[in-house]
Design a protein around this ligand. Structure first.
Ligand code: CTP
Ligand code: CA
Length: 221
């Protein structure tokens, strides 16, 4: 309730979060993936729920427990993730933390591929749908606040600004992955918004999540 002591700032708000990698099948036993643990996305879903939001977490294949109070939808591929997000709209805020595979095989084999005299197979790849760009361009169904993540190793703020413009989202949480942070428990963040860049110190993923949830609560009023 309004101004009641202990009121949760995101009560009554709907949040969508994507997290983890996606797996794109090559054949029934092989896939294309990437090094995402899902930890930061799960921490953000937990932090939003702790602030009272109604959270749907669309998770790629990860080995993590579902945060308290969060509705979790498990998916494998980028196309499944896109479908789950579409089904979960509308929302007040979307935070796209997943490391979505940029490409999938044009045609996954239905039987296990075998080694043979022909040498290694050539994999034809096609680009996956861009979930963040799609949600950012969703017109009347667009969440008021759309937030993307960008893991960058160099020219972090430049790349993040380019991404902000390309995707049409409101904020980019740029994650400096020049050190050994992939799969680790801390992140160094630059928050890019229309009003500029905020440099955060290196923080545990839970604290990054809490700080971001507080900024989201402020922005949604
Ligand atoms: N993203 C998405 N769908 C995709 C690719 C990316 O929703 N198919 C989202 C990610 O969840 C993240 C943001 O877009 O929030 C940026 O992802 P990133 O991989 O850094 O951007 P790309 O446009 O794929 O650029 P790059 O070539 O640097 O990988
Ligand atoms: Ca990418």
């Amino acid at each position: 309730g309004l101004l009641s002591p202990g009121a949760k700032p995101l009560a009554g708000k709907r949040a969508l979060v994507t997290a983890g990698p996606t797996h794109e099948p090559i054949d029934p036993v092989r896939y294309i993936a990437n090094r995402s643990s899902g930890k930061q996305g799960f921490a953000i879903a937990a932090a939003l729920a702790a602030q009272g939001a109604d959270v749907t977490l669309v998770a790629g294949p990860v080995n993590l427990p579902t945060p308290a109070g969060v509705k979790r939808v498990d998916v494998e591929t980028a196309r499944e993730m896109a479908g789950a997000i579409d089904a979960a709209l509308p929302a007040d805020v979307a935070v796209m933390v997943a490391a979505v595979a940029d490409w999938r095989t044009a045609d996954a084999a239905t039987a296990k591929m075998k080694k043979g005299a022909g040498g290694p197979p050539a994999l034809a790849l096609v680009e996956n749908p861009d979930i963040l760009a799609t949600v950012s361009a969703a017109g009347a169904r667009r969440p008021k606040l759309v937030i993307g993540f960008a893991a960058e190793t160099d020219s972090i703020v430049d790349h993040a600004n380019t991404k902000l413009a390309k995707k049409g989202c409101d904020w980019i949480v740029a994650n400096d992955v020049s050190g050994e942070v992939m799969g680790g428990d801390a992140n160094r963040i630059h928050l890019i918004t229309a009003s500029g860049v905020e440099d955060w110190p290196e923080l545990p993923k839970g604290e990054v999540a809490a700080k971001l949830a507080a900024r989201i609560a402020e922005a949604l009023g």
